[in-house]
Design a protein around this ligand. Structure first.
Ligand SMILES: Nc1ncnc2c1ncn2[C@@H]1O[C@H](COP(=O)(O)OP(=O)(O)OP(=O)(O)O)[C@@H](O)[C@H]1O
Ligand SMILES: [Mg+2]
Length: 363
């Protein structure tokens, strides 16, 4: 899978951009605050329909402008495609796939597969469960658009149930039951997909980490659902929701369900979330991201586009080498403030773009 063209207009600090990346490694080189991450974000946006940095689309529009545009020409194993996003201040963004307007953001999923590795991704292991759920959700949605819709519906039902819990001392039992049933039905499918995903990813991550660490470390990841159920997820979730009503009322939100799930991450038997060193957490995060790359490549039968935003400098030499090796297998966008690390790794055949205050010139 590769991006042939990235076009921006009144997007962040780009008045207009027409970038023609190469099929291999594309280095976006520039000082701080010139627009490197903005360009990476635009690619991410076309893959997921949302920014990795903000939930507010209005921030994406160039300040002082009424609207903005992002367009990507890409080639994947189904042929050439055009993805476009039109942003207007105060309106919902419009998404077009091959010039047809998409009714929902979810329709975008799977057209452009992207693995993005940015400094904040190093937090997958370090931060709380919400970060790890986000990781799962993004990845499963890329390969499984139905999951994305289910998750949206689950979150909508959850919001309704929580509103009911907050409002009333003694909630209407019938209303509560309606939301319980929806949460249990959707929750069941969400849990099954999460089990499947982590199952596939864990084998890849284990092997990959073993080779990074020269056979010394065993990285194990496991799905850690908030509901410890076996077999009948629906029935057990219904029971759990009923059991937790008193507690839920007291706390004003739903305390059980997939919205409270986590991923357990351990290194040679030690829980990294609680006991890992900074370096271990960082390496595990890298292994997870690179596993995702292999996972997507195997599933989709073609490599995804890799975006590395500002991460090379955060890693030691051996991790950098590993990352650079993975880059050889796919189209890659790499942002950096200097080419030193890239040169040191002996990478050649790179297309270099110099980014200066919202412009990009090929060198
Ligand atoms: N909506 C917007 N309109 C105009 N300019 C914007 C908008 N949003 C962000 N910017 C500008 O974009 C610049 C930041 O761009 P970006 O985050 O891509 O920098 P960068 O090149 O990745 O820098 P660094 O090396 O520090 O990560 C800032 O100057 C910021 O003011
Ligand atoms: Mg940046």
């Amino acid at each position: 899978m590769r991006i042939d063209k990235l076009r921006l207009s009144q997007y962040r600090n780009y008045t207009s951009l027409d970038m023609r990346p190469g099929p291999g490694i594309n280095a976006i080189l520039g000082d701080n605050a010139q627009g490197k991450t903005n360009a990476a974000e635009a690619i991410f946006l076309c893959a997921f329909g949302r920014s990795h940095r903000t939930a507010r689309d209005s921030e994406l529009i160039m300040q002082g402008c009424a609207g903005g545009y992002v367009g990507i020409d890409l080639t994947n194993n189904t042929g050439a495609h055009l993805i476009e996003l039109k942003l207007r201040d105060g309106e919902r963004k419009k998404i077009y796939i091959d010039r047809q307007q998409a009714a929902k953001t979810g329709e975008l999923m799977g057209h452009l597969n992207v693995v993005m590795f940015a400094p904040e991704d190093l937090a997958i292991v370090k931060e709380g469960p919400a970060e790890r759920r986000r990781f799962m959700d993004m990845e499963i949605s890329q390969t499984h658009p139905a999951y994305f819709y289910r998750l949206q519906r689950y979150n909508a039902a959850l919001k309704q149930r929580n509103a009911l819990l907050k409002e009333q001392i003694q909630p209407n039992a019938e209303m509560l039951d309606v939301w319980d049933q929806q949460l249990a039905a959707l929750g069941e499918d969400i849990m099954i997909d999460r089990y499947d995903f982590i199952d596939g990813l864990s084998t890849i991550a284990y092997d990959l980490h073993r080779s990074i660490s020269g056979g010394k470390e065993a990285l194990e990841i496991a799905y850690e659902p908030s509901l410890k159920a076996e077999g009948d997820f629906y029935g057990e979730m219904m029971d759990a929701l009923k059991r937790s009503v008193t507690e839920d009322l007291r706390r004003g939100f739903t305390t059980v369900g997939p919205h409270r799930d986590d991923i357990a991450i351990s290194l040679s038997g030690v829980d990294l979330r609680a006991f890992g060193s900074q370096g271990q957490k960082r390496t595990a995060a890298l292994s997870l991201k690179l596993s995702e790359l292999t996972f997507l490549r195997e599933l989709k039968d073609e490599p995804p586009v890799l975006i590395l935003d500002d991460v090379l400098s955060e890693l030691d030499d051996s991790r950098q080498r590993l990352l650079l090796e993975s880059m050889q297998q796919c189209q890659c966008f790499l942002t950096c403030t200097s080419l030193e690390g890239v040169k040191r790794a002996g990478l050649n055949d790179i297309k270099v773009f110099r980014c200066v205050s919202g412009t990009m010139e090929e060198e």
